[in-house]
Ligand binder design. Structure first.
Ligand code: ZN
Length: 219
């Protein structure tokens, strides 16, 4: 696949066939190909209620876009979410680093925190990335996800590693704010995606608050 193909978001999506573990409702869902390709092993896809049936649940998707297992959940997602890892990742853990990070309870706490920021009015999605654009967690809509991965890749190529923050404003006045953060001696980028109703200054406050809370978790 060439670079040009990748920019076409239609070709960057792949269908997965999911079956609700509660009512057996079925549907094909489109998910970003890149997320599955980046993952070392399984990717956890969280499916909000209303996407397939009335239930919210999680599917564990392998490198061939096949679902390897499901999990019922007792909390509500607002958006479709992705993160690396899933099931009992004890069987994998080939080379450590990010994949072992996402299976740590500490990382699960960060995901809970990132999830808690998202609503339907002001904060439309959140995410955590490696500095070169690998997705550790995302509840961002796919178009936003594609643009942000691209931004991180470009910045990483240009070695703009001394950056602390990044702000992007889209044509429809939605905003993407990101903050680099050091956790357990690794560098990550946190991302919040704001609706047009949120001013940049307010977005920045949300982001600072998020960083503070994560630092506290690490404590
Ligand atoms: Zn169901």
């Amino acid at each position: 696949m060439t670079e040009a193909d990748e920019t076409n978001s239609k070709e960057s999506m792949e269908s997965i066939h999911v079956i609700c573990p509660t009512c057996k409702g079925k549907k094909d869902l489109k998910i970003p190909t890149k997320i599955i390709n980046q993952a070392k092993q399984l990717t956890t896809v969280s499916i909000p209620s209303g996407a397939v049936c009335e239930h919210g649940f999680q599917a564990f998707v392998d490198k061939n876009f096949a679902v390897r297992g499901y999990q019922k959940v007792d909390f509500e997602f607002y958006k479709m979410e992705f993160y690396e890892g899933g099931l009992d990742s004890a069987e994998t853990e080939a080379d450590g680093t990010t994949s072992s990070l996402s299976s740590q309870p500490f990382f699960q706490e960060i995901i809970k925190l990132l999830r808690s920021y998202v609503d339907d009015k002001e904060i439309l999605g959140s995410g955590m990335f490696t500095v070169n654009g690998n997705v550790l967690y995302s509840s961002l809509p796919s178009n936003t996800l594609f643009s942000i991965i691209k931004e991180f890749e470009v910045r990483s190529e240009k070695k703009l590693s001394s950056l602390k923050k990044m702000y992007l404003e889209l044509e429809n006045n939605q905003k993407i704010c990101s903050n680099y953060i050091e956790i357990k001696e690794m560098r990550f980028a946190l991302v919040l995606f704001f609706s047009k109703f949120v001013k940049l200054g307010m977005g920045n406050l949300y982001l600072n608050d998020l960083v503070k809370k994560i630092k506290k978790l690490e404590g």
